[in-house]
Structure formats: C-alpha cells, structure tokens
Design a protein around this ligand. Sequence first.
Ligand code: PMP
Length: 304
Amino acid sequence: MKRFAYFEGKFVPIEEAKVNIQTNSFHYGTAVFEGIRAYWNEEKKQLFVLFVKEHYERMLVNCKILNLKVNKSVEELTQITVELLKKCQHREDVYIRPIAYFSDLKISPKLIGYKTEIAIYTVPLGDYLDLSRGLKAKTSSWHRINDTMIPARCKVAGAYVNSAFAKTEALLNGYDEAIMLNPDGTVAEGSGENVFIVKKGKLITTPPSSNILEGITRSAVITLAKEELGVEVEERPILRSELYAADEVFYTGTAAQVAPVVQVDHVIIGNGEIGRITKALQEVYFKAVKGEKEKYLNWLTPVY
Ligand code: PMP
C-alpha cells in the first residue's frame, strides 16, 4: 500500500510530509486536530467515512477559537479527504488525522500573526481499545483541564498532555484507560473518550459544562439509545461514586467506538460482565457505521 498525505496544499508521499523543527505549533501545542474513521464494508467492497461533515464542522469551530485560519470549507476538506483515501486505496478500517497548525518558524506562544497550514494523513486502525473484553478504568489523579485554562471542547494538540498524563498513570497501574475528574470531583471524560453510565435502565452522560469534548460518537450513541433501544438519556454532572454504583459503564469515541468498562478503580461494575445495554448499543453502533443500517446511511460518505 502506498501512503500519501495532504501537505502544504498538495498530495505528497507520506515520507515527504515533513515539518521543520522550528515550526511554531510544534513548540506550543497550538494546533487543532481531528480523528475521523472510515470503515471498510467487506460485503459491499465499499469504504465509508463516518461523520466527516460533523468532524470538519467541529474542527473549523475549534480553529476559529484558536485563530487558525484554514480558509477551506467543510465541503472542500471532505473532498480532499475522500481524494486522499482514494489515492491510498484503503481496503480496511482507517483512521484519518487532519491537523491545522501555525507553520511559521518563529518563537512566541501567541495566536496572531502566523500562517496556518492544514495537513491530513490516514493510517489503518482496528480497535483502539481492546473490545474483546470489558476494560478496567482508573479515575486519574490528574484533573481534566478546565475551560478557563484550555477549553476541553477544542481538540487542541497541547491539551493532550493532560490526556497523556492520565492515560500513562492508568497504564502504569495496570488499568486500560483513565477517567478524569474535574476539580469539584465530578466526572469529565477519558483520555480520548466520553463516559456513559447506565443506572436503572437509564443512560447518563456528562454535559459540556463538565469539561468534555462534545463527542460525535457520544451524540450518535445518544441517538441510537433513544431511537433503537427506546432508552431514556440524561445529560448531567456525574459524581465519582456514581461510577462505582452504576449498573454499566462505557466509553465512546471515534477511535474507542463503544468500549465497555467492567471495573473502575477497585470496584467491579454490576456483575463484572459487559452490560446488556452497552452490548446492545455496541452492536447497533457497528451495524450503523459499517453501512448495514439503511436508516443511518446519512452518517456515511462513500469513498468507493
Ligand atoms: N474526549 C476526548 C478528550 C477525545 O479526544 C475524544 C476523541 N476525539 C472524545 C472525547 C470522543 O470524541 P469523538 O466521539 O468525537 O471522537
């Protein structure tokens, strides 16, 4: 497979998509990125990009907040992405990583006076978290960044230092993933995932005011819960102890998909098995994203 990237306005072989070490955003983390998936449907021999419009809409809003001037529309970015996927001839599940950054070779952490570039590359990606079993999550001693520091709603490169601390702490302590709390003790999110709990048949997830990235998978799962399972969904702050007391816990994210959690810290969730609602949501999610559910074909953009 020959890999390409979109870099400095054109498609180049991935090896040629290189930035200078003096690049401003490399030093200050002042870049905005996205994580998009494309799913390969073996039966139809088709590749579908999932929620491409929603991802680029979020990215452009975040770029506006960081004063990154992309000068491309959602439609243009979608077209470039589809063309890139075609060039790479993927016939497997793929992760797409667009990143907008300040390309000037200048020192000073600021968001004005610099030129913006956008780069996009793709990489084959199966399951990001192990979905063959329930995961062990650790509430992190690292608090989630607050909106007054770095807005969690923005996928800002520098903000992922916060995620990296939490994820590393979880891994070094024998867990699979982190759950970060806010300074007031309420749940925020995982290192790269939103968090849901199920209690007495109801789905509960944290609101944007809990310092979360407003996940696109999160909103897809809310839709599926309501429309396919007839499950009630509540968005409200969640306490740490509610995780322990929950019947089910799971993560959602583009990379993570729908990932069941069966242990949080020292506490086994429910009976320690993957929960019934989690399992049902996972199944319907995979059908929808792979183009096997007519009703949700509008989530997908076919590449070929
Ligand atoms: N929170 C964080 C911190 C993330 O990095 C991600 C992954 N983009 C998510 C939540 C989930 O968002 P989405 O479903 O849009 O991928």
